[in-house]
Design a protein around this ligand. Structure first.
Ligand code: C2G
Length: 126
């Protein structure tokens, strides 16, 4: 089993998120998606999501290629998550290119192409 992990808010879920998650799953055979909590969004990411955490979980859970969902509560949980879940690959959109290279000590790090013509900000209007 090749275990992949990715992180995000996934607010106003759109095809950019979908393609990213599909690409992440295609890297392995098991995909864990860590979804930013409302508190993490507000206090750390300075994001006000339109949908709350449980709504965003329900949407991601409905994707049949997502195997495990976990809350993202802090920037610093990734190393522990990778160890605890025995992750082989950390994957995220290339808008984060280079930002998570420090995880290379624990697993492969892959930056996947972002879909540039859609964003939650555009959909939300803020
Ligand atoms: N994404 C994408 N195309 C878009 C928008 C987003 O490929 N048009 C990708 C992002 O690159 C990210 C994932 O979808 O990999 C989730 O995006 P966001 O919900 O915006 O999450 P983000 O703010 O990038 O949070 O600790 C990491 C953070 O939680 C990532």
């Amino acid at each position: 089993m090749i275990k992949v992990i990715t992180y995000g808010t996934f607010d106003t879920f759109h095809y950019g998120h979908f393609f990213l998650l599909e690409r992440a799953k295609a890297l392995g055979t098991h995909l864990t998606v860590c979804i930013s909590t409302d508190e993490f969004n507000k206090n750390q990411k300075r994001k006000i999501a339109k949908l709350n955490f449980s709504e965003r979980v329900r949407i991601i859970k409905s994707l049949n290629f997502v195997d495990h969902i976990y809350p993202e509560k802090s920037w610093d949980q990734k190393v522990l998550d990778i160890k605890n879940f025995e992750i082989n690959i950390f994957a995220i959109g290339d808008d984060w290119k280079g930002k998570f290279d420090f995880l290379k000590s624990y697993c492969d790090v892959i930056y996947l192409p972002r879909t540039n013509d859609v964003s939650s900000t555009l959909i939300r209007g803020y």
